[in-house]
Design a binder for this molecule. Structure first.
Ligand code: GLA
Length: 739
């Protein structure tokens, strides 16, 4: 890995064993994108990749009309001179002009990777793991500066980027758009895959063809959203799960965003991602600067599974932090689907006790323990324990739970308030709303103005005090509505365009402070399930509740889709009752567990209500997960059969040393007398012998011949007939000469 500067040509070559990224300074001083992809040889000068040509209707540089930005590939494109495509940034100057010409000034190459103050970002543990290039530009006329940062990692085919804009002039400017990343590619022969959905059906892969014009997704909901995820894959037409070129772009941010690709008239493609410019307007007084969030580019030539595995490993090791980052996650029992808000201490203890008998490790008390919170019309904001329900407070309950030998966790929804709450009565100006206009409600609640420091102070004091009182092991941090009427009573008219982003910054600051105060605490993020499931949140909360939809069949799709961009250890997944509360579907408890194993695992039900036989099965499930979660959560994950394309789903996790694997096969609807088909396993050592289902095979046999799983009587790999049947296979290696 290195970053080489070719001074004469003013070019930068960032490379590691797998990828190269070449940036050149254009004749007009702006940064150009010369190459991104598989590692290439270094050369002194790649200027042959800069185009000088003359086309009708083209505008060019006055001293050399053959040079036009629009005919070249830009690295952080400006708008309004010789390039009229969508720009990476927009600055409005005092006279109303939006034209900027950044000129290269200098650069620095350093070991390691600096953090981004107040923002989540990849990190290194050792300076030798990465190198960072900072390119400094200035707009001579106005004094506004641009700093582009690039980090290349030694061990990952990954580039992390961000941009900083500093007003070093003497007049205020308005920053109306500032992408984290923009890259122009020489062709648009890609297919775009986005991860879209809604509540209860998060992150379904959606593939689109790219053509002339803009393909775009985004969020204006104040959080990254279930509708679209800030993670996009661009793959070659023939790329599949196990072969072919692709790259992905993830925005490390939990608020409004866009990801877009613009195809031009000449077959090239501009990709960009960053904070959504809609609703964003950042006044920069002289001396002030704006830091964009980070964006991560990940590349592969070995198909989408390989791309995902790089992301999984990178996020587990260099985005997640703290004691929980690669620690096996506790098996939890959450009372939400069992009781909703209707509980008292006795009921809670009864549920927890049964969980302990089943082998569960962590009990989580969900919504309803605070304020006047008996339904979702009241109480949010009043983070004081409801002593009618819990007479001995959180401390008293926590002690009883801990005395049972369980860890204890609590649900919060800090960013919200109900009209019927003491907090709102006292501080009506603490909600986001436009004076004189109706305030929209979502789940009967309003959003607190997290951009305000007094709101932050209140929430910090309340959360800190309750976490300390209960000596909590875990916090579920929920957010159950989107932001509307985003207007802050504390901000000037000129600063209203800062409110969405300041909200996110203060939200991160609250997490950061609580993590510093309670470094052992495990956070699980949630936003009505997976509405704020993004790379940004992973920096604070190593796991996120995957979806409120706990139906096993639905979860196959949700978890399969989520696995493209996020590690298995980050996906909150639980077993719940049948018929399922969201879909009414009845599935066997074995299948519900077989799906939830591929996540953090736990139960979302009252285990007192299950039959004795089911309870015995649950005990075995818990024991199985304790034994195998290390491989499942921190191993290499392989998607084998997509539930989006088939009546089946299959996936597996393999330990890093390839000693052990867990392979799961799910049949959605029964297929009697079905056709023959084999599932070829992946990731094993071809030369090693493995035990599976009481028999012995070489890794090569399991991977090349595969296994045929069917409900046909007499066949070897048999699973029972019926709908929603599944089986998990444990695979253990035995050294060739071992026994
Ligand atoms: C959201 C969460 C659920 C539960 C409820 C409580 O819907 O996704 O898991 O915590 O809120 O109100």
């Amino acid at each position: 890995m290195d970053i080489i500067y070719h001074g004469k040509a003013k070019q930068f070559h960032l490379f590691n064993d797998r990828i190269s990224y070449v940036i050149g300074i254009f004749p007009n001083g702006e940064p150009g994108q010369l190459y991104y992809g598989k590692r290439i040889h270094d050369r002194e000068d790649y200027s042959y990749l800069i185009n000088y040509e003359f086309r009708a209707m083209m505008v060019g540089k006055p001293d050399n009309e053959c040079f036009s930005l629009e005919m070249n590939r830009c690295e952080y494109p400006s708008f309004g001179t010789t390039d009229l495509r969508d720009p990476a940034f927009e600055i409005v100057y005092k006279n109303g002009s939006k034209v900027t010409n950044f000129q290269y000034v200098s650069h620095e190459i350093t070991d390691g990777k600096p953090g981004l103050p107040g923002l989540p970002a990849l990190y290194t543990e050792d300076d030798k793991e990465a190198k960072t290039l900072k390119l400094n530009f200035v707009d001579d006329l106005t004094g506004v500066e641009l700093v582009l940062s690039y980090t290349i990692f030694r061990d990952y085919p990954v580039i992390a980027r961000n941009a900083l804009i500093r007003n070093s002039g003497d007049e205020k400017v308005m920053l109306e758009k500032a992408m984290s990343l923009s890259i122009d590619l020489p062709d648009r022969d890609y297919r775009w895959i986005q991860f879209s959905g809604a509540w209860a059906r998060e992150k379904y892969p959606v593939e689109r063809e790219l053509t002339e014009g803009i393909t775009k997704i985004g969020s204006m909901r104040g959080h990254s959203s279930a509708n679209h995820n800030p993670f996009v894959i661009l793959k070659r037409k023939n790329t599949d799960e196990f072969s072919g070129e692709a790259f992905s772009a993830a925005l490390v941010y939990s608020g409004n965003f866009i990801s877009q690709a613009e195809g031009d008239a000449y077959g090239t493609l501009r990709f960009m991602t960053g904070i959504n410019p809609e609703g964003f307007s950042w006044k920069l007084d002289p001396g002030e600067e704006f830091q964009t969030p980070e964006a991560i580019l990940t590349w592969t030539e070995n198909g989408l599974n390989d791309l995902s595995r790089t992301i999984h490993r990178l996020y587990r090791k260099r985005l997640s932090r703290g004691v929980w980052k690669e620690k096996e996650r506790p098996i939890l029992l959450n009372n939400w689907e069992a009781t909703n808000m209707d509980f008292d201490e006795e009921a809670v203890l009864k549920i927890a006790k049964r969980g302990k008998e089943a082998g569960v490790e962590l009990f989580v008390l969900d919504d309803g323990w605070f304020g006047k919170r008996d339904d979702d019309f009241s109480g949010l904001g009043d983070w004081f324990v409801n002593t009618d329900k819990l007479p001995e407070g959180i401390g008293g309950l926590a002690k009883k739970i801990r005395d049972m030998g369980l860890m204890f966790g609590l649900w919060f929804e800090p960013e919200m308030v109900n009209e019927d709450s003491d907090l709102f009565r006292k501080h009506p100006d603490w909600v986001l709303s436009v004076p004189g206009r109706e305030r929209s409600l979502g789940r009967h609640q309003m959003v607190l103005d997290m951009s305000r420091d007094d709101v932050w102070d209140y929430l910090y004091e309340r959360m800190h005090s309750l976490i300390a009182e209960g000596q909590l092991d875990y916090v579920k941090w929920d957010m159950n509505r989107t932001i509307s009427e985003c207007f802050s009573a504390a901000a000037s008219p000129e600063e209203q365009g800062k409110v969405y982003h300041r909200y996110v910054l203060n939200f991160y600051r609250l997490y950061e402070r609580l993590i510093a105060d309670f470094p052992e605490l495990l956070f699980e993020s949630c936003a009505s399930g997976g509405s704020r499931f993004d790379a940004g949140i992973m920096y604070y909360a190593p796991q996120t509740w995957g979806s409120d939809d706990t139906d096993a069949v639905e979860r196959l799709k949700i978890q399969y889709g989520t696995s493209y961009g996020y590690p298995i250890a980050s996906i909150g997944a639980h077993v719940s009752v049948s018929p399922n509360q969201q879909t009414g579907r009845m599935t066997p408890i074995s299948t519900r567990a077989n799906v939830a194993y591929f996540g953090t695992f736990g139960y979302e039900m009252d285990l007192n209500e299950v039959s004795d036989a089911e309870f015995e099965e649950i005990k075995k499930q818990v024991a199985f997960m304790k034994e195998n979660r290390g491989v499942i959560q921190n191993g290499d994950f392989y998607r084998l059969i997509s539930p989006f394309e088939d009546n089946y789903c299959a996936w597996m996790s393999v330990s890093e040393d390839r000693e052990k694997a867990v392979f799961a096969y799910y049949k959605i609807l029964s297929e009697p007398n079905s056709g023959r088909r084999k599932v070829r396993l992946k990731g094993l050592d071809p030369d090693r012998l493995y035990y599976i289902d009481g028999r012995e095979f070489y890794g090569s046999e399991l991977m090349e011949i595969g296994v045929e799983i069917t409900e046909t009587p007499g066949m070897e790999w048999k699973i029972p007939s019926g709908d929603f049947i599944s089986k998990v296979f444990l695979i253990h290696s035995r050294e060739k000469n071992g026994s």
